[in-house]
Design a protein. Structure first.
Length: 104
């Protein structure tokens, strides 16, 4: 076999599978996953519906922008996971009281 086999060693090499550095895209993917996790975890307490709905909405925004500028499949995979979690947290936060807590 004349071709060299490339080994993947860490998470960053999975995100940068084309061999180039993508700091903005990788940061957006990590932020989207973190915001999605916060949005989903705060839905466990209905009293935190403001946090879950706002964090979910921000996570949806960062995830959509990250999808728009993403370069590799690894980035897109993390962005879809984060987007799904953020959307779930957003929708459950809306069901528990919404973005403004019943003021409007």
């Amino acid at each position: 076999m004349a071709q060299a086999v490339r080994t993947q060693r860490n998470l960053l090499s999975l995100l940068n599978s084309d061999g180039k550095a993508h700091p903005v895209e990788n940061t957006l993917a990590a932020v989207t996953v973190a915001l999605g996790a916060i949005a989903v975890l705060t839905t466990l307490s209905p009293g935190l519906h403001l946090v879950s709905s706002w964090v979910g909405l921000i996570g949806i925004g960062t995830g959509l922008w990250g999808q728009f500028i993403s370069s590799t499949t690894g980035e897109r995979f993390l962005l879809i996971i984060g987007l799904g979690a953020a959307a779930l947290g957003f929708y459950i936060g809306l069901a528990h009281g919404g973005l403004f807590g019943g003021v409007f």
